[in-house]
Write a protein that binds this ligand. Structure first.
Ligand SMILES: Nc1nc2c(c(=O)[nH]1)N[C@H]1C(S)=C(S)[C@@H](COP(=O)(O)OP(=O)(O)OC[C@H]3O[C@@H](n4cnc5c(=O)[nH]c(N)nc54)[C@H](O)[C@@H]3O)O[C@H]1N2
Ligand SMILES: Nc1nc2c(c(=O)[nH]1)N[C@H]1C(S)=C(S)[C@@H](COP(=O)(O)OP(=O)(O)OC[C@H]3O[C@@H](n4cnc5c(=O)[nH]c(N)nc54)[C@H](O)[C@@H]3O)O[C@H]1N2
Ligand code: SF4
Ligand SMILES: [Mo]
Length: 723
């Protein structure tokens, strides 16, 4: 451990430190790393980084703990006992890669490349290389727990409506005068590192603030209007706000006339959806809905800060569309301090999409049904995860027999993890690349050790940044035999003699940088970061938006052509007090999951001492009025049960949550407990969720946020055994 591997590519600054970018989350904060004797001695925020201006969050500060953690995987492992038994022996990289490549070649030749699926997790450094490798392999099947329920619903929907993805402009001379935070808690989540720092700065200028959240978060406390809605009713609330904008003529009439398509039809659609209609559905008083719509319309420029909470019900596309129309109708598109079009920093990544023929594309699991996830309505089509797991288990419509996972703890972050486990056990080949031995990796045939962020080279082009900024990540140290994911994929492509996907990482990076910025990786390292300045009101310059009609498509011609409702609509969540009152008799509380906590990143970091001390136990938030009659006190362990299963978390009594709602943390397993399970069933919120239908008709989204549950006081874990 710890030999320096600084190649000729890395460059020290005058004080001997190295400039890089933290990626303990989606990442992007600039850092200065000091290396001594081949080991990282210190990591500090880079004061010159335009993203974070020297600051780091608690996760970033704990980076060194993950790099040198004693539980890190340090060399490839081969399974010795039965699958899932958890017995392993050390193997060399050559043994592992040769064996995996030859098994993949056999499977591809006998069953077709679509029998190989690839898995990954949320936007980490190697994210784009996974669909790239899938294309090189000739398989349309790659999946990620977020594609149908995180970010892609927003991107795809915005591309359909606006032609591009708009982001809040915190970077120009004009600061937002109003922030509408919807199902999003940027103070905790970012969701891309730097963003939380910028939101904090913007808040210091005291903009108007509207927060849509069932919990009174730190952000909601500062709000002028806090809309405490019932989880899963964002569509109804957004339709009612659109109703107010239109009925009270608060919209930007000139923009609507010149630059939108389908306004009259939208007006007709939302006409019945008055605040009085929405009140009993959303639990938000009608006058507060009016106040929020008026404040947003009258305080310009305004931005929307929205999060994954609106993408985790089976009405995700229509919910996202309804919410996205609020800044559009109020003249906040592409103006300074408003919603501007970002994500240009690296143009299109070389996904090798041309390697996948039409016949292979047509095989993508879920593509026939969910066209905005897996078909032509998506900017980055991926397979429908529940359909992939089903194909593993049942062979319907064909069998998926190999799964290569690059960074996903599937048993924790997918819904219905017991079924996920059954699916993984039915495979002929499971390979998991990770930093740690997780409950998912324990089910594999091969486990490969991944490099952490200071051990790898990449570029960071954060999607949320208006100013199109790119930062370098430098490889500064080597830990054990760990390799970065991109390199493992290229090695497999070489050994399988694939026609593409064999280029070195540096070639791919340099090609991207050359095309967009005209510089090399070395030059980027020299400069520290590169920026393309923001241009506003481009739609006026170029004669419209990048949609088929060149207008903002309130009525979406592309959704209509794909066979979906072209206008936003309300759907009651499939399991709710209104939809299933008979279930609500036994499970009277609305359950939401997953609100981000500052110390963890999804299922990561429970093994890092500093972060674990800050947040030792999984916690479920319950209102005292609900908890007290059940004999539940603050800090007591409780069972949370749904129709699908039950788990235990520790009660946190708080009047910041609606008495009818409980909020359970996601991502929990217990690395300190023995394998192969590592306590994965005890507190894992996804034991409570469902991966079955109904799905969003266009996106295939399942419910993670609006379910029914009950809570009861429980024994502390271990108390039963201790007797
Ligand atoms: N520290 C940290 N940062 C992260 C992550 C992490 O795990 N930890 N995860 C990353 C990832 S993958 C993502 S997608 C982002 C997510 O980050 P965000 O988009 O901010 O999402 P959450 O924090 O999960 O939820 C935001 C808020 O939605 C509220 N909420 C719950 N249900 C509903 C609902 O039905 N409607 C509405 N309107 N609100 C609801 C919650 O109370 C919460 O305060 O964060 C990223 N950043
Ligand atoms: N109930 C519920 N479930 C949810 C959510 C929720 O709000 N509620 N949120 C959903 C959302 S928005 C998302 S995006 C997903 C997130 O889901 P994922 O991103 O898949 O998160 P993890 O399962 O934590 O997977 C991360 C794994 O990758 C490993 N890892 C970290 N860095 C690297 C690396 O560089 N290389 C490799 N090979 N491995 C690495 C970590 O050790 C960890 O085991 O979860 C979803 N699941
Ligand atoms: S916000 Fe993200 S990138 Fe920034 S320091 Fe924290 S973990 Fe690192
Ligand atoms: Mo996510």
């Amino acid at each position: 451990m710890g030999t320096t591997l600084r190649s000729e590519h890395t460059a020290a600054r005058e004080d001997g430190s190295y400039r890089s970018a933290c990626r303990m989350c989606h990442g992007g904060c600039g850092v200065l790393v000091r290396v001594e004797g081949g080991r990282i001695a210190e990591i500090q925020g880079d004061p010159d980084s335009p993203f974070n201006r020297g600051r780091l969050c608690p996760k970033g500060v704990s980076s060194i703990e993950t790099v040198y953690h004693p539980d890190r995987l340090r060399h490839p492992l081969r399974r010795t006992g039965q699958r899932g038994e958890g017995s392993w022996e050390r193997a060399s990289w050559d043994e592992a890669l040769d064996a995996i490549a030859s098994r993949l070649t056999e499977i591809r030749d006998s069953c077709g490349p679509e029998a190989i699926a690839l898995g990954t997790g949320t936007g980490r450094h190697h994210f784009h290389f996974v669909p790239r490798f899938a294309n090189a392999l000739g398989t349309p099947n790659w999946c990620e727990p977020g594609t149908a329920q995180c970010f892609l619903p927003r991107i795809n929907t915005c591309v359909l409506t606006f032609g591009e993805f708009p982001v809040a402009d915190y970077y120009g001379d004009v600061s937002p005068a109003c922030i509408l935070a919807w199902g999003h808690n940027p103070l905790n989540s970012g969701p891309d590192g730097e963003l939380s720092f910028r939101v904090r700065e913007a808040l210091r200028r005291k903009p108007g603030l509207i927060v849509v959240d069932p919990r009174r978060t730190q952000l909601a406390r500062q709000a002028d209007v806090w809309l405490q809605l019932r989880p899963g009713t964002d569509d109804a609330l957004a339709l009612a706000m659109l109703n107010v904008l239109i009925a009270e003529e608060l919209y930007d009439a000139e923009f609507v006339r010149d630059w939108t398509l389908g306004f009259d039809e939208l007006a007709e659609r939302v006409a019945p959806h008055t605040p009085e209609w929405a009140e009993p559905i959303t639990w938000v008083p009608a006058d507060r809905i009016r106040a929020a719509a008026r404040l947003f319309a009258q305080t310009r420029p305004g931005v929307l800060e929205w999060g994954c909470a609106i993408e985790q019900t089976p009405n995700s596309i229509q919910t996202v569309r309804a919410v996205s129309m609020l800044p559009a109708l109020t003249g906040n598109l592409d103006v300074p301090g408003g919603m501007v079009f970002g994500m240009h920093s690296l143009g299109m990544f070389p996904y090798l999409a041309d390697q996948l023929g039409d016949e292979q594309r047509a095989q993508r699991l879920g593509g026939d049904r969910f066209k905005v996830l897996a078909g032509e309505g998506s900017v980055l089509p991926s397979a429908h995860a529940p359909s992939v797991f089903r194909a593993m288990r049942t062979g319907d419509p064909y069998r998926v027999s190999a799964f290569l996972v690059f960074g996903n703890n599937a048993l924790v972050t997918y819904a219905n993890p017991r079924e996920v486990r059954e699916s993984l056990l039915a495979l002929d080949l499971l390979v998991v690349t990770d930093l740690y031995m997780t409950p998912t990796a324990e089910l594999a045939d091969w486990v490969l050790p991944a490099a952490a962020w200071p051990e790898l080279e990449q570029i960071v082009a954060v999607p949320y940044v208006a100013e199109n900024m790119v930062l370098p990540q430098q490889k500064l140290v080597q830990v054990g035999e760990c390799r970065q994911d991109e390199e493992i994929m290229a090695e497999l492509a070489l050994r399988m003699k694939l026609p593409s996907g064999t280029e070195s990482l540096r070639e791919v990076i340099d090609a991207q940088l050359a095309a967009q910025l005209g510089i090399s990786f070395e030059e980027l390292v020299e400069r520290g970061h590169a920026t393309i300045p923001q241009r506003y009101e481009k739609f006026k310059e170029i004669g419209g938006f990048l949609t088929p009609s060149r207008k903002v498509e309130l009525r979406s011609s592309r959704l209509e052509a794909l066979g979906y409702d072209p206008l936003p609509r309300y759907e009651e969540p499939p399991e709710s007090p209104l939809a299933t009152p008979e279930v609500a008799r036994d499970y009277p509380l609305v359950l939401t999951t997953g609100a981000r906590i500052p110390f963890y990143f999804n299922s990561e970091f429970r093994q890092l001492p500093t972060l674990r001390r800050a947040h030792p136990d999984p916690r479920v938030e319950i209102h005292p009025e609900t908890a007290t009659p059940l004999g539940i006190g603050d800090g007591d362990w409780v069972t949370i049960a749904t129709r699908r299963g039950e788990i235990r978390q520790k009660a946190r009594l708080t009047s910041d949550i609606h008495p009818g709602v409980v909020n359970a943390e996601h991502g929990w397993w217990f690395p300190e407990e023995p394998g192969p399970e590592h306590g994965v069933w005890r507190s894992n919120a996804n034991v409570l969720t469902d991966n079955g239908p109904p799905y969003d008709p266009a996106m295939g989204t399942y419910s993670l946020r609006a379910l029914l549950c009950r809570v009861e006081r429980a024994e502390a874990p271990g108390a039963e055994a201790a007797g």
